[in-house]
Design a protein. Structure first.
Length: 425
């Protein structure tokens, strides 16, 4: 391979070499090639790639073994560890490469099957953090508040279903509603973030997926955004998905990283996105926090009431109660993590998981089963949504300037620099 592998083979102490651009760029190239090689074994691993086509073709042709990927990534972790740079941005780059390579190494071990990880171990190994623990019984008081809020004598699950049905977007209005919502997300983001002139996306509606929405970043500031319409979509999801998948979420994040780091700096590690990696916590966390960045305070409720409700035919007088309902159910979010932890640690089966999800997250049996399917596919990835959001929120709101403009400036910095969870502490 190049100079790095030669240094390893001749047995020189890896810590003896300073971080210079030539060596770090070689690590970068090897990282990308290892991500592509691991993607041959795990079809979900490479979420996006827009580097040299011949690198991907070579990965497919060579089919490097998991054992070789494990050893090579472990060597590179050791090589980068201890390297420092006086330039703050270059130091962030070194941290990024070390942590991403360590995660890649853990993923290769998981796929080999010779190392078992429970939920928390997987979280730490793949995503550079562990989500907090909660007790399911602690969410009972939220269920009590919801029960008091919703009128009727039926069981809470039935009252929730009846209430939510008022806010379903008819399938024939989905495109119009999402177009308006995404335009609003973009307009609000553009007030504070310099979007690229050529940025664009395509919106598709799909079915039979384990997720509700997905951004497939294509490179060159273009995304394919897919929304799963297999289950009913409620009006609040239009803004949520518009911000999360688009502006200032995944589409914006990926485009800024590509422009500022892959192209401007020539850092090839930002031409690939490894899904099961710490980068995903920043991606999902910033995408979820981006919703309240774009629509702070009551602005989401007001936009839904004044713009989206009339499009769908929903009574505008329901806006305040709908906002309160969504605020209460958001407090149940971490219950899903606890159920996922129990399930993935083998302490409960799928049926028990579905039943607990129905009780503590108030989702239908079908939606609950879809969530368990997501865990089967993506494992502890679930922590990236809520714990990731809380980590991003804490970091942005710990900045010295807490004006709206100041928070957006700090948020935009996060979207365009190589920060990972351990950089947010």
């Amino acid at each position: 391979m190049k100079k790095i592998i030669l240094l390893i083979l001749i047995g020189l102490p890896l810590s003896a070499f300073s971080a210079n651009d030539v060596l770090v760029n070689e690590v970068s190239e090897q990282y990308v090639k290892l991500v592509l090689a691991l993607g041959v074994h795990d079809s979900a691993y490479v979420d996006a790639y827009y580097g040299p086509k011949e690198w991907r073709q070579a990965a497919n042709d060579k089919k490097i073994s998991l054992e070789s990927i494990d050893k090579a990534s472990a060597h590179l972790v050791k090589f980068v560890t201890g390297m420092t740079d006086e330039d703050p941005l270059k130091q962030l780059r070194l941290d990024y490469l070390r942590i991403q390579l360590s995660s890649l190494n853990a993923r290769s071990k998981m796929l080999k099957g010779d190392t078992k990880y429970d939920f928390d171990q997987q979280s730490k190994a793949l995503y550079d953090t562990e989500a907090p623990h909660n007790k399911l019984k602690d969410f009972d008081r939220v269920l009590t508040e919801l029960d008091k809020m919703l009128v009727g004598e039926q069981p809470l699950s039935e009252k929730v279903d009846s209430f939510k049905k008022q806010f379903v977007i008819p399938k024939d209005k989905l495109k119009a509603v999402f177009d308006v919502a995404i335009d609003a997300c973009r307009e609000r983001t553009q007030q504070f973030v310099d979007l690229l002139e050529n940025e664009n996306f395509k919106l598709e509606f799909v079915e039979n997926k384990p997720w509700s929405g997905y951004n497939w970043y294509q490179g060159n500031a273009f995304s394919l955004i897919q929304v799963n319409v297999e289950l009913p979509i409620h009006v609040s999801r239009a803004i949520d998905l518009g911000c999360h998948e688009g502006y200032p979420g995944h589409h914006t994040y990926n485009a800024l990283l590509e422009a500022n780091l892959a192209k401007k700096q020539g850092w090839k590690e930002f031409s690939v996105y490894a899904l099961f990696s710490p980068q995903s916590l920043i991606a999902e966390g910033s995408a979820n926090y981006g919703i309240e960045m774009a629509f702070p305070g009551d602005e989401k409720m007001i936009f839904e009431r004044d713009v989206l409700f009339p499009m769908i035919g929903i009574d505008q007088k329901l806006a305040a109660s709908y906002q309160k309902f969504n605020q209460l159910t958001a407090r149940l979010n971490y219950a899903g993590n606890e159920i996922a932890r129990l399930y993935l640690d083998g302490k409960i089966d799928k049926q028990a998981s579905v039943e607990l999800l129905q009780k503590y997250t108030l989702t239908s049996a079908k939606k609950s089963a879809q969530r368990v399917d997501f865990w089967d596919t993506y494992g502890a990835y679930v922590i990236n949504y809520n714990w990731g959001k809380d980590m991003v929120k804490q970091w942005v709101e710990s900045g010295p300037d807490q004006s709206l403009e100041g928070r957006w400036k700090r948020f935009a910095t996060l979207l365009s620099t190589p920060r990972l969870p351990s950089n947010l502490n």
